[in-house]
Write a protein that binds this ligand. Sequence first.
Ligand SMILES: C[S@@+](CC[C@H](N)C(=O)[O-])C[C@H]1O[C@@H](n2cnc3c(N)ncnc32)[C@H](O)[C@@H]1O
Length: 473
Amino acid sequence: MKIILNFINLTKYHPFVLDNRISYNKHVEVIIEKLSNLGYGIAKNDGMIIFVEKACPKDKVKIKITKRTKNYAYAAIEEIIEPSPHRVKPFCPMFNACGACQLQFIDYDFQLDLKKQIVEDAIKHIGHLDIKINSPVKSPDKYRHKIQYPTAQTKVSKRLLAGYYKPKTHELVNIKHCLIQPPICNDIIDFIRQYANEYNISGYDEKTHSGDLKHIVIRNSAAYEENLVILVLNSNKITPKIKEFAQLIYNNFKEVTGVCVNFNPKKTNVILSDNTKCLAGKDFILEKLGDKIFKIGANTFFQVNPKSAENIFKYVKEYIANNFQNAQVLDAYAGITAFGIYVSDIAQKVVSVEENTQSCELAKESLEINKINNVEINNTDAEEFLKNETKKFDVIILDPPRKGCTKETLDNAARLCKKSIIYVSCNPATLARDLKYLTDKGAKIESIQPFDMFCHTYHIENVAVISYDQNNL
Ligand SMILES: C[S@@+](CC[C@H](N)C(=O)[O-])C[C@H]1O[C@@H](n2cnc3c(N)ncnc32)[C@H](O)[C@@H]1O
């Protein structure tokens, strides 16, 4: 939270002037200047920053202030006086109701310009670094190969609903045809909607924490006709009706290669618990990137956009191939060792570190499938591993969760790295913070390359290449 507020405060607009003339419910005319890191249009009025919902840079709009804090305000558009030339008609008819694709009303090329600017702002204002940001690499695919729909049910007929929440609410929008996911996933979810009633399986009510089915999760392979369906249950038990229902889904689709249940009876925002059981077929899907095959399970991390992920893997592999011979590579925060396996044929040895046990088990099975024998998998905490390791690596790949790395982890990565750290990040703010920390301690940032992994949202993935001089050897 702190880092996000910093990000907002540290735009070029600070210092903020507290202006009592902009009050709650006041209407003002503004021109939208840029996009915030959370996808709001940013406008200024009498020195105050206003975050405007669903606004595109270069829009001239009449806005209504909906909320104001000490230093900034939020607003909704009342009237578009002059639309930005980058506004387009959203291709999805559910755009206004659904909160999943915030930027769909902006043309795709301009979305990429805006995401680049978000990265530039973070690097400049949080990282205090003057580094050129490359243009983002476009997503080659429609992208969403992991679907996570919460469920609910209609009040009277008790029909199952599944979809995304309306923006900033937990009000469910029943999504029949999501256009950024493979059509087979829409068909599977529709089938579940239709037959859940017959099997007496109810949707979830968040307020009363009641109902059988909390979420429907699907992992879809971009390379093979394979789908793993995970029914997230509000209980710890498999009832006969759930068993039959899982079998029904499995039998009905040749593209469904497995149906699992995940037991998640806690009142929590976490979608999947650690406890998954396969009820029909197999508990993983196969994916192929380049010439490598990967096993992906219900509880393992894998990028939601495999084609865009492949662009990142290629980029990292090319960097290693161009700069090292027989490199020793550490793949930290490895998931199913996607980077490690992808680069294994140009490395002398890869050591991967990942805390999730299922990811490590599937990574070992992927090594067998690909007949790879120079990758060592360590199922442990990356921070502990880095702290205790003494052997140095030519390249360290760091791909941490959104919160980034601790200072201690960065210190240990710098200590263990002979030449390069490749930092892969889905959060420009924590990336900027961590790059500042590393450069303050002597590292050099070679490049920052954004990749559009999450089209039509304000999210952006980045690969930063960080190098050390020969003294680090
Ligand atoms: C952003 S994902 C990257 C996964 C992988 N590099 C990929 O591209 O598919 C982060 C991974 O770090 C793992 N992780 C999170 N904290 C960890 C820790 N302290 N030690 C080891 N792994 C961790 C998560 O389980 C997850 O698989």
